[in-house]
Write a protein that binds this ligand. Structure first.
Ligand SMILES: Cc1cc2nc3c(=O)[nH]c(=O)nc-3n(C[C@H](O)[C@H](O)[C@H](O)COP(=O)(O)OP(=O)(O)OC[C@H]3O[C@@H](n4cnc5c(N)ncnc54)[C@H](O)[C@@H]3O)c2cc1C
Length: 451
């Protein structure tokens, strides 16, 4: 497996040394596999190492995989809208076969329901979409009812716990309508998307190893030099990338790089309910993704006659920060309250006796914006803090990280002169300093997974 470290990329250090790989990527979720593809396309020999048995088995497998450009900052909106372009031409983008088939992107649109105060609250997102060129329209309550006859547009907000006597009591003023973004939707099988990216990277020579936890980051000359695995194996590479999802802070601790990280990452537990959908909620009948801030939930069609319900993290719920290695994987009252909240919107909704769905972990930052950055240790990089909202960006994060990494390895001072990343489909570029580990919290965000 040994190969001469020479990739065509003019890295500042390590050139000419004999290394096992050019880059080791810790994690093979949808972001880790994308980083493998991005670096492979840039000419690097990569190795992904994952503790789990296959690509996308971590938080990726629990993803609701909603694709939408509704973000409160231009950078995040633009990234999502650029990535959507790749979802619409997924097989072409991958340019490689996969014996398991390809993940399917369903473009059914997203409806962001609006009530009192939402015009002001959503102003930054509307501004960002206008700047990026995302098409959207305002729908009146009648427009919405015509599209979804079983929905009620009474307002019950702000979201409450089911035990609150005011839960389910309608406010005097109903919702005012919604903002509909047609170029949005969801990917039905997020794990398959990670597998697709793995196969595309492998077609270019990338190597993947599973069931192999990384236990140390080797640092032979004051820079990253490879990894040590739980089996005692040492693998060398001048570049190591932390894409460990909810374990990202543990991997940063292994590398000893936490001191200059202002935007820490923490695992946050989330339950997603799968229940029978209201009648005609499927995309063929106008069903779409709905973000319902008034009820504190988002939901979307999921398979034949089903829907999936996730949380918009309303304040009354608190935050369920957990240990990524030891947390409750069963359903709790979180599942119940999400279903009850959705039943406010669809009064005819049947509530099953048995809870079904998934329990997953976000790798959360305080401002819900990810960290795509270098670190204080030369050669060690991170694509972390994906905060429950970066599945959609996976197709572009690989190229983004490759550009950032290759620039830094060529001596670019990214901390002081941030790299700009081109979004060719949108014909614009973004400042990657926006995703810095050293940033103060971005304040214009929604304070929720909508970011
Ligand atoms: C419930 C839920 C709903 C979501 N909904 C959406 C949505 O609607 N839209 C959206 O855009 N995003 C959504 N997300 C977020 C999205 O799924 C994540 O941002 C994305 O999947 C993260 O991918 P990843 O590759 O960074 O992490 P992961 O998929 O978690 O992969 C990390 C991998 O690293 C491995 N690893 C960790 N530590 C080590 C180690 N020491 N050694 C070896 N391997 C290690 C793990 O085994 C794991 O496989 C949601 C997430 C969850 C949990």
């Amino acid at each position: 497996m040994r190969s001469e470290f020479a990739t065509g990329s003019d890295f500042a250090t390590g050139k000419g040394r004999t290394m096992d790989f050019d880059a080791i990527i810790i994690g093979a979720g949808v972001i880790g596999t994308s980083v493998a593809l991005g670096l492979s396309r840039a000419g690097c020999r990569t190795l992904n190492v994952d503790a789990l048995p296959a690509a996308g088995y971590g938080s990726t497998s629990n993803s609701s995989a909603v694709i939408r450009p509704f973000y409160s900052a231009m950078e995040t909106c633009a990234l999502a809208h650029e990535a959507r372009h790749q979802w619409t031409r997924w097989a072409d983008f991958l340019d490689a076969a996969d014996e398991s088939g390809f993940a399917e992107y369903v473009e059914c649109g997203i409806l962001v329901l609006m009530g009192e105060g939402d015009k002001e609250r959503f102003a930054p997102s509307v501004l960002a979409m206008r700047e990026v060129g995302v098409p959207f329209e305002y729908l009146s309550p009648d427009d919405i009812r015509q599209r979804m006859p079983t929905i009620t547009l009474q307002s019950f907000g702000p979201p409450k716990l089911p035990g609150d006597p005011a839960f389910g009591v309608a406010n005097e003023t109903p919702l005012s309508g919604g903002l509909f973004i047609p170029e949005a939707g969801y990917v039905g099988d997020p794990q398959l998307a990670a597998h697709n990216l793995q196969r595309a990277a492998e077609a270019l020579g990338a190597v993947f190893r599973f069931n192999l936890p990384v236990t140390a980051i080797n640092q032979p000359d004051g820079r990253a030099g490879g990894i040590l695995t739980a089996s005692g194996e040492s693998v060398s590479a001048p570049i190591v990338v932390n894409v460990a999802g909810p374990h990202s802070s543990q991997v940063n601790a292994l590398a000893g790089v936490t001191a200059d990280i202002a935007m820490a990452t923490r695992p946050m537990r989330h339950e997603v309910a799968h229940i029978p959908a209201p009648e005609n909620f499927d995309p063929q009948h106008g069903g779409c993704v709905i973000a319902d801030g008034d009820a504190g939930v988002y939901f979307r069609p999921e398979g034949e006659g089903h829907m999936l319900i996730g949380s918009l993290d309303p304040e009354c719920d608190g935050k369920d920060y957990v240990d990524a290695d030891e947390y409750n994987q069963g359903f709790t009252e979180q599942w119940t309250r999400q279903v009850w909240r959705t039943a406010q919107r669809f009064p005819g909704l049947g509530i099953p006796n048995t809870a079904q769905g998934v329990v997953g972990l976000y790798d959360a930052t305080d401002d819900w914006v990810p960290v795509y950055d270098k670190s204080s240790l030369p050669g060690f990089y991170m694509a972390i803090g994906t905060s429950g909202n970066q599945f959609k960006n996976a197709p572009v994060i690989g190229a983004l990280m490759a550009e950032l990494i290759l620039a830094c390895e060529s001596g670019h001072d990214h901390d002081n002169d941030p790299v700009r990343f081109d979004l060719p489909h949108l014909g614009r570029s973004i400042d990657l300093g926006f995703f810095s580990r050293k940033r103060d919290s971005h304040t214009e965000g929604s304070g929720t997974v909508l970011a």
